[in-house]
Design a protein around this ligand. Structure first.
Ligand code: MSP
Length: 496
């Protein structure tokens, strides 16, 4: 049986259309999924939308729609964007689906039966017009940080989850399982947070009279579930938990959550505690990536600098966008998005390196051999071919494996580009036009056969990153007769 691999993205709030931050996690998850499938894994790739809570309700009210009408109206923009970005998800979950609501209610009831939920008084500073609670620290002069109107101290009765009781367990768990929170800097952040002090019990309900848009608590229908508690459970509801035992047992132990660093605590503190309280092991890994910014600024709607992934792909192409996001910054670090940087990668890595290798090789094959690929005669290769190119071809798969195991996309791409660079250098050093002049046809044949072998190998390994380009190249070099076609990445002359 194939080994299972379960990978998730956060479920995105449906109060706005997808932006580059959403695209980033989703592309990274897609790249890992495609890579694992290429290595024979049985992959379950989950994404979806987070549809309950205040933010969605408010966005719906602003449009004069019911929350579900509103969610239904935004949903296609996510599905279309993921279609255009060639995202091969296996499941798309919406938190308004019955399968999810059932699992959340099961979860709550089980925690309640176990005695981990208790009724208490929730007290906080509340802005009535914004319908938002603020902490003492956030509020200055009793004014709402958003609308600057006075906040009120309000009290309401709510259910609390005894997460404080699990702090020591979690601390030990994270210490004993160094691979659970990744990268290391994020692991240290979580350890620091847990070591700093106790955890407060978490309020996991809202009175329905104040917030109507949520999943009712099964044991107290006058309360709805806190949106984060609701959202995290999606990773289990998609597996059909608790009913579909077999699927759960197959995929849960190999689950990897990809998230942005801003939602680390929910995933690395609250979520493992929720699971542990019910006797379920934490997921295998929570990997938090960094943030994309524009210039020195954070991307935000109010600054008007949000990058729309669809604009970028219209201008540069899908694969170029995917390649850029995964090549430009180490996965885990922050990055700066700019068209200049994209153009540089395009002209350098894609046009000069990859595109050039394919085009010049196929041009030679056409010119010298009428596009018929000669058979590769390994023992007859020249020194460079035998010592520098062939080993790189033979070792590429293993090098990509070792990088991808660490979610080191740059490492994998560097290995692939190592072969591309060596092959381009091989052309420059061999000077095939001289071989032709000197009638050394056997050598010339073998030289081209090796280059084509290198290109095939590159095309296979870039599939997870650039599926369209890979397909195009394989269509050009996959058969005994190659097809030259147009350059894959015609240089962009003006820096944008
Ligand atoms: N709904 C919650 C997640 C629940 S998961 C059980 C949520 N949604 S979100 O739509 O606001 O954000 C989803 C992800 O997008 C987060 O991981 C966040 O880090 C990521 N990004 C949002 N803006 C980003 C950038 N500018 N750069 C990179 N990722 C960022 O949070």
């Amino acid at each position: 049986m194939n080994k299972p691999f379960y990978i998730t993205t956060p479920i995105y709030y449906i109060n706005g259309v997808p932006h580059i931050g959403h695209a980033y996690t989703t592309i990274a998850a897609d790249c890992l999924s495609r890579y694992k499938r290429s290595r024979g894994f049985d992959v379950y790739f989950l994404t979806g939308t987070d549809e309950h809570g205040q933010k969605v309700l408010k966005a719906a009210q602003d449009k004069g729609l019911s929350p579900i009408e509103f969610a239904d109206s935004i949903l296609p923009s996510f599905k279309e964007a993921w279609g255009k970005l060639l995202i091969t998800y296996d499941d798309f979950i919406r938190t308004t689906e019955k399968r999810h609501i059932d699992t959340v209610q099961y979860f709550l009831q089980a925690l309640y039966d176990k005695g981990d939920l208790y009724l208490g008084e929730y007290e906080g500073l509340y802005c009535v017009p914004c319908e938002v609670f603020w902490t003492e620290k956030q509020v200055e002069n009793d004014l709402c940080p958003d609308c600057k109107r006075p906040v009120e101290k309000i009290k309401e009765s709510n259910y609390f989850f005894k997460i404080s009781a699990y702090r020591d367990w979690l601390l030990d768990y994270i210490k004993e399982n160094p691979g659970f929170v990744r990268p290391e800097s994020r692991r240290n952040e979580v350890l620091g947070f847990l070591q700093e002090g106790g955890l407060n019990d978490l309020c996991v309900s809202r009175p329905r009279s104040r917030l109507s848009w949520g999943i009712p608590l099964p044991f107290s229908p006058d309360h709805v579930t806190y949106v984060w508690f609701d959202a995290l459970v999606n990773y289990l509801s998609a597996l059909g938990f608790p009913k579909e035992k077999e699927r759960f047992e197959k995929f849960w132990p190999v689950c990897v959550h990809l998230i942005g660093k801003d939602i680390l605590r929910q995933h690395a503190v609250l979520w493992p505690i929720m699971l542990h309280a019910l006797g379920i092991d934490p997921p295998r890994m929570v990997f938090a990536h960094g943030w994309w910014q524009v210039g020195q600024e954070k991307m935000s709607k109010s600054l008007g600098n949000v990058v729309d992934p669809l604009d970028v792909i219209d201008e540069f192409g899908i694969d170029v966008f995917r390649y850029f996001l995964l090549r430009e910054v180490p996965f885990g670090a922050d990055g700066v998005f700019s068209k200049d940087a994209l153009t540089k990668r395009f002209n350098g890595d894609l046009a000069n390196d990859l595109g050039n290798l394919v085009y010049r090789t196929l041009t030679m094959a056409e010119k010298y051999f009428d596009s018929k690929v000669p058979a590769l005669d390994r023992p007859a290769l020249d020194d460079i071919g035998r010592n520098k190119i062939l080993p790189k071809i033979d070792e590429l798969g293993a090098k990509v494996d070792s990088a991808m195991e660490r979610f080191d996309f740059i490492g994998a791409l560097d290995a692939i580009w190592g072969l591309i660079g060596a092959a381009n250098k091989y052309v420059e050093e061999t000077k095939p036009w001289n071989l032709k002049k000197e009638n050394r046809d056997r050598e010339l044949e073998n030289f081209i056969a090796l280059l084509i072998e290198a290109i095939r190998c590159v095309a296979k390994e870039i599939t997870p990153f650039m599926p369209q380009t890979s397909e195009k190249i394989l269509a050009q070099v996959g058969l005994e007769v190659v097809k030259k076609g147009e350059p894959l990445f015609p240089r962009i002359e003006k820096e944008k």
